[in-house]
Design a protein around this ligand. Structure first.
Ligand code: ATP
Length: 370
């Protein structure tokens, strides 16, 4: 694959104490983050959490109320949008319908009179594997192909930073999954810094090196996808990145390696290095796929937590896995994902079951218990 002129690594982005207030509403509160050059960074959060506002601030389409924005070490806070080394790919890619694919990609270069626009446009199209369709019009392309043209257009002038605002949102699920992998591959090949905004946790986890989970204008937690999934710090992150079973109770003992929490009379152990709080009332949790169902109370095993008995109140089969809902008196309803039927016909609705999980798979939150 030709990468030639696109081999730059992009620039790092730094947001320092950013606040954005709209009349009567604070959309962003004291946002601080550093995105290293060449990384794929995802801002993940629910609708209205401030993702797009953050992106618009970086693009220069909004001005921060306070704080500074640095790209490659240069303070761009006061720069106009067109002065910043930044391009954006939006959900609606807005290709020019009367121009060919090649003209669409070369358009910005022609206007700025940079290098040989046609050669550069071909190079960008080769990168997104669309050069063979360079002479088609946008309406003669599929949605995924149009999206790749928009991407080629955005990277053709080698911005230091590429902003992606839900760029795959208009595609159907299957195409979206395919494009997620392609986008990640392209990012690795061009090596530019990508800042991607999405509300789709699977999308963020598939593509990003680092994810910042946003909630109500603040970053709740930032880290590598697996780290966030395995060790969420707050209930919001635990529930936004997949599903989780959360329990609350007092810490009843602490050793040099673990805490024990009394959850409605059941002693649950969490390793110290996986617990954000180690005394008082705490919230702890475990992911649904880490749970094992048992027809009888499991024999004591210091390496496993046991909970039960509970009653299966729902079973839903989804091909790859089966989801069980188990009501445990005094604790609540637990979700269990099993790759296949855990113990045959006993796991039907109404069955009495026990649950267990490896102590090393639990986690403790840093939230104040509700
Ligand atoms: P979505 O995923 O729905 O696009 P988002 O996380 O990108 O959501 P933003 O568009 O950044 O959210 O909006 C953050 C908050 O700021 C929202 O509550 C929104 O209503 C508010 N907001 C955005 N722009 C303005 C504006 N110009 N005036 C007032 N409030 C605004």
């Amino acid at each position: 694959m030709v990468i030639g002129a696109f081999a730059d690594r992009g620039a790092d982005l730094e947001l320092v104490g950013i606040e954005k207030r709209f009349p009567g509403f604070t959309a962003i509160e004291n946002l601080n983050l550093t995105i290293p050059a060449g990384s794929f960074f995802a801002l993940l959060g629910p609708s209205g959490c401030g993702k797009t506002t953050t992106l618009r601030l970086v693009a220069g389409l909004e001005e921060p109320t306070s704080g500074r924005i640095l790209i490659g070490g240069t303070d761009v806070t006061k720069q106009k949008s067109f002065q910043r080394p930044v391009n954006t790919v939006f959900q609606s890619y807005a290709l020019f319908p009367h121009m060919t694919v090649l003209e669409n990609v070369a358009f910005g270069l022609r206007r700025r009179k940079i290098g040989d626009p046609v050669a550069k446009a071909h190079e960008a199209l080769l990168l997104v594997e669309l050069d063979h369709l360079a002479h088609r019009k946008p309406q003669q392309l599929s949605g995924g192909q149009q999206q790749r043209v928009a991407l080629a257009r955005a990277i053709v002038n080698r911005p230091a930073l590429l902003l992606l605002d839900e760029p795959l949102g208009a595609l159907d699920l299957k195409l979206r999954r395919q494009m997620q992998l392609e986008l990640k591959t392209i990012q690795e090949e061009v090596g530019l810094t990508f800042l991607h905004v999405t509300h789709d946790q699977e999308e963020a986890m598939t593509m990003a090196d680092t994810i910042a989970v946003m909630n109500k204008g603040r970053i709740e937690q930032m880290g590598e996808p697996q780290q966030l999934y395995e060790l969420p710090k707050t209930a919001f992150v635990a529930n936004f990145l997949g599903q989780s079973n959360l329990f609350t109770g007092p810490v009843v003992s602490t050793t040099s390696t673990a805490i024990a929490v009394d959850v409605s009379g059941q002693k649950i152990v969490v390793p110290l290095e996986r617990a954000h709080r180690i005394s008082g009332e705490v919230t702890i949790g475990v992911r649904p796929e880490k749970l094992t169902l048992h027809a009888d109370e499991p024999a004591y095993d210091a390496g496993r937590n046991t909970m039960g008995p509970g009653k299966v109140i729902d079973v839903s089969f989804s091909g790859v896995s089966t989801q069980y809902l188990v009501a445990v008196p005094g604790v609540g309803t637990l979700v269990v994902f099993a790759q296949n039927v855990a113990f045959g016909p006993a796991a039907h609705v109404g069955a009495e079951v026990w649950l267990s999980w490896n102590v090393d798979h639990g986690f403790g939150l840093d939230d104040d218990p509700a």
